[in-house]
Design a protein around this ligand. Structure first.
Ligand code: G3H
Ligand code: ZN
Length: 283
């Protein structure tokens, strides 16, 4: 069932677990993610990035997400990940997403607040949740990760002034592969959580973060955890080994099955560490 991000985040925050949020770009990814959530009776967030929308097309990606969610035996939130502009956020609000992210984190504080506030006004009319980002979560493009880190007093002001429902915080994680050792500033998460009165915080760039570190971050107050690269890499590894064993293969279905199985396995591991197993409040 397709559910509102507002409701899902509220329940996760009340019960002290995190919603696993996993990106998809096609039917196979989606099938693996939903199968993992169903097997573990967990609520799940399926996310579309701007890049995924550019690759698969807005309507097609929407139809896949909404169709999968409506058929799922667990609560599913359809979320826009790192939406960088107002128009894409409004398009998603209008055409079926139940959660969006207005990521204006590269703008100065006041401009970030006003961009998010604008999206929040529209989204809340339709019971759609809005995630924002404060601080800088680097990675992939080679930028310096988490510079600047999120400050607790800024996070408090940001929630109050923007009206957002959840906030992605810069506390040490970074997108994609890690160059050095992963370090998470747990005390900062606790301080931000206290400053914002328990409102939902989001951890991005969580692929390749050791599971016990993810668990500790959740215990400090994270209620949504994003995973992307690690699932894609697990899927590609399965494809490579299938092709090594079957160099003459031409039936994509045979290659996609091991890819989906590998992605499902990683998704299940992440769902468990989020403590979302058995939390499918709508069955
Ligand atoms: O927004 C998506 C993520 O933060 C995923 O990051 O690829 O490092 O798991 P990741
Ligand atoms: Zn991210």
């Amino acid at each position: 069932m397709l559910v509102s991000g507002i409701q899902a985040l509220r329940i996760a925050a009340e019960e002290g677990y995190a919603l696993p949020a996993i990106n998809y770009i096609n039917m196979e990814h989606l099938t693996a993610i939903i199968a993992a959530a169903e097997e573990l009776e967990a609520p799940i967030i399926i996310q579309t990035s701007q890049n995924a929308i550019d690759y698969a097309g807005f309507e097609y990606l929407r139809d896949l997400g909404v169709g999968a969610a409506e058929r799922a035996r667990v609560p599913v939130v359809l979320h826009l990940d790192h939406g960088k502009d107002l128009s894409l956020n409004v398009q998603c609000i209008r055409y079926g997403w139940t959660s969006v992210m207005m990521d204006a984190s590269l703008l100065p504080f006041e401009e970030n607040v006003s961009a998010v506030r604008e999206v929040t006004r529209a989204a809340h009319c339709l019971d759609i949740s809005v995630e924002a980002e404060l601080g800088f979560i680097g990675g992939k493009e080679g930028d310096v990760a988490n510079d600047p880190y999120t400050l607790p007093e800024d996070a408090k002001r940001f929630f109050e002034e923007s009206g957002c429902d959840s906030l992605a915080v810069a506390v040490g994680t970074q997108h994609g592969l890690y160059k050095g050792e992963v370090k998470i500033d747990y005390q900062r998460i606790r301080d931000i959580k206290a400053a914002v009165g328990g409102r939902p915080l989001v951890l991005h760039g969580t692929s390749f973060v050791p599971l016990e570190m993810v668990a500790q971050a959740i215990d400090c107050g994270i209620n949504k955890v994003n995973f992307d690269s690690e699932l894609k890499m697990a899927g590609m590894k399965a494809i490579r080994s299938y092709l090594a064993e079957n160099p003459d293969a031409y039936d994509l279905r045979k290659m996609n099955r091991p890819m989906m199985a590998a992605m499902k396995e990683v998704a299940m591991e992440k769902i468990r560490i989020c403590k979302a197993e058995g939390k499918a409040w709508l069955k």
